[in-house]
Design a binder for this molecule. Structure first.
Ligand SMILES: *[C@@H]1O[C@H](CO)[C@@H](O)[C@H](O)[C@H]1NC(C)=O
Ligand SMILES: [Cu+2]
Length: 127
């Protein structure tokens, strides 16, 4: 009798452990979404925003901004460093763009004249 109850308890424990593991695993697999610049959105002096955050390939960056004056351009390292737009670069203009991160470094700038130079640029390293 006591043994039977013990087994039932063990089974419950196992089930709980399994469910917890499943939750943790799902959370790991599930991509995160980040709003670039937080409540300020995508604007000047955003270059430091990625600092201290951990990103994974497949995570999604949301760029919220005033599309009348800003945009989002996916650039390479040279474009990020020199605030230039490589030919063929993908340009987002909706004002609420969602961009999925690729593994490795992802660079974005606003290519309105002078904006990237004013810190409207980010480099995000996705693991
Ligand atoms: C967007 O920027 C333009 C130009 O500065 C401005 O006229 C407009 O009011 C801004 N829109 C919003 C929603 O802030
Ligand atoms: Cu801009």
């Amino acid at each position: 009798m006591a043994q039977g109850r013990g087994s039932a308890c063990q089974a419950t424990k196992s089930t709980i452990t399994l469910l917890l593991c499943l939750l943790v695993c799902l959370e790991t697999i599930d991509a995160a979404t980040y709003t670039v610049g937080g409540s300020n959105g995508w604007t000047f002096n955003t270059a430091a925003w990625p600092k201290g955050r951990r990103f994974r390939a497949g995570d999604v960056l949301v760029f919220n901004y005033n599309a009348t004056i800003h945009n989002v351009v996916a650039v390479n390292r040279g474009g990020y460093t020199g605030c230039t737009t490589p030919s063929g670069a993908k340009v987002y203009t909706s004002g609420k763009d969602k961009v999925k991160l690729a593994k490795g470094l992802n660079f974005f700038i606003c290519n309105t004249a002078g904006h990237c130079e004013s810190g409207m640029k980010i480099a995000v390293n996705a693991m």
